[in-house]
Design a protein around this ligand. Structure first.
Ligand SMILES: Nc1ncnc2c1ncn2[C@@H]1O[C@H](COP(=O)(O)OP(=O)(O)OP(=O)(O)O)[C@@H](O)[C@H]1O
Ligand SMILES: [Mg+2]
Length: 462
């Protein structure tokens, strides 16, 4: 204490002054910090406020509206779906506009879809309104996804005054066109129940790449056009079926001798409509319950195929036997009534069409209940090869559209029965470079003459 006081006394007045200076300094420093903080706070908030104000102002002044379609599926699969549909729709528009194009693979679509590059745009016109699409990419990406592809989005820009038509009609048009393009370009698939346990479920068999087309199908032109028309009308009749309150389905019966093109026609139908094929092996199905389950599992935009229905004795005429008083055998098997009931109560969802195609070599053996309209809307006879059908085959296989031997072949085809398969077989075996087209035709004439003789012989011996 003794030492301390003089020390304090010695520094007494100067210390007080120093302290007040220090206090002042501290106060100034503190107020400066507060001021800076306040400034920063003010600036930040003012800046934010001003930004918002400007954005608002700009928005009201901006004559355009923008809509964004992003491929970020974290917002749900629908987002991604809409993005894909837009991309597919734009692929047609951009192919002749954009300087740089990229090919994108889209799930379940056979060919890659062309699209513009990031930062580029493409214009579109609809009912006099011009809109602009631009492909953008997110700048930032979360840590978790760093390294992976950044999210992309298409921005649609259009004048505010056209809001109603663009948001309504135009976007509906984009979605419909894009979906139709995806459907047309789909990789078709073939399913069957034959390899599943008790034939009770559908199994993917393979991608359906059958080359058959209506163009190359040998049959009369008028008949072919009628079928194509019918199929197109059916596949675009969503509203009609909705209006009449009926399931969107149509049944075809193809009948004719083996080798007349029934299976080929089914493949041509699938390719025309871009429908998947569900090949039902009836003999593998062990119960009506299983049959019902199978039929109810067939998705929209598919063809249910039941080939050779006459070969299943369970189906043929069974109902007629019952009507005549015979008791139906309770066996674990599929009955005709089971099949008919299934088909009648079938396919409640109407978001796509379902075609059913039955084939038979013996239409005369089929129960009339199965044949009646509504169950089989269209009966198509696949006949022996006529002259018109032959001309299509000659063009397909030999590249010959007219020839002096055609007249002779026309006469012979009237006299003898030969299937398109047999004609094709004769043309393909020799049309592969070994023989000239004319030689092929001559050999076909020989085959036809031989057939004619045989058929004459059969008639005489009968
Ligand atoms: N109308 C046709 N047009 C073009 N090619 C045909 C036609 N008919 C038959 N063919 C040819 O013959 C082959 C056999 O035809 P397809 O299998 O379609 O006959 P099918 O009527 O289904 O016979 P099956 O009754 O035996 O099942 C086909 O691969 C095809 O090359
Ligand atoms: Mg067949």
């Amino acid at each position: 204490m003794v030492n301390v006081l003089p020390f304090m006394g010695y520094h007494g007045s100067a210390g007080r002054e120093g302290m007040s200076e220090m206090g002042l300094g501290m106060a100034i420093a503190a107020s400066m910090v507060v001021m800076t903080m306040f400034q920063e706070f003010l600036l930040k908030h003012l800046q934010g406020y001003l930004q918002r104000l400007f954005r608002k102002l700009f928005k009201t002044l901006d004559p355009n509206v923008q809509i964004r379609f992003t491929d970020d599926d974290s917002g749900g699969p629908k987002n991604y779906e809409a993005y894909t549909v837009v991309e597919t729709y734009l692929s047609v528009k951009c192919s002749d506009q954009a300087p740089r194009l990229k090919a994108n693979a889209v799930r379940d679509v056979k060919n890659p879809v062309l699209c513009i590059d990031v930062g580029e745009g493409v214009a579109d016109e609809f009912k006099g309104v011009t809109v602009k699409w631009q492909l953008g990419e997110d700048k930032e990406q979360s840590e978790m996804f760093r390294g992976s592809r950044k999210n992309r989005y298409y921005t649609l820009t259009f004048p505010k005054r056209n809001r109603e038509i663009v948001v309504g009609e135009y976007l509906r048009h984009v979605m419909e066109e894009g979906k139709a393009l995806i459907a047309r370009n789909r990789q078709l698939k073939l399913y069957s129940n034959s390899s599943s346990e008790h034939g009770a479920s559908w199994r993917y068999i393979m991608d359906f790449d059958h080359p058959a087309k209506f163009d190359t199908l040998a049959m009369e032109k008028e008949k072919k056009e009628e079928i194509i028309d019918d199929l197109f009308r059916f596949s675009t009749s969503r509203e009609y079926y909705r209006k009449i309150g009926k399931p969107w389905k149509r049944g075809y019966l193809l009948y004719g001798p083996p080798g007349t093109g029934k299976s080929t026609m089914i493949a041509a139908m699938a390719n025309l409509l871009s429908y998947d094929v569900y090949d039902l092996e009836l003999s593998a199905v062990l119960s009506n319950a299983n049959l019902k389950r199978l039929i109810n599992k067939i998705p929209c935009n598919s063809i249910l195929v039941i080939e050779d229905i006459d070969c299943s004795s369970k189906i043929t005429k069974q109902r007629e036997k019952n009507n005549q008083g015979e008791t139906e055998k309770i066996i674990e098997t599929v009955t005709l009534s089971g099949l008919l009931n299934c088909i009648d109560g079938l396919f409640s969802a109407n978001d796509g069409g379902r075609l059913m195609v039955f084939t038979t070599n013996h239409v005369e053996l089929l129960d009339s209940a199965l044949l009646r309209r509504g169950r089989m809307d269209k009966h198509i006879e696949m006949p022996h090869c006529g002259f018109e059908a032959f001309k299509i085959l000659a063009k397909n296989y030999l590249g010959i559209e007219d020839h002096e031997l055609f007249a002779k072949i026309e006469g012979l085809l009237k006299e003898s029965f030969i299937t398109p398969a047999d004609v094709a077989e004769n043309l393909i075996a020799r049309g592969n470079g070994e023989d000239s087209g004319e030689e092929c035709l001559k050999k076909l004439i020989q085959v036809l003459e031989k057939k004619e003789e045989e058929e004459m012989g059969d008639v005489i011996s009968d």
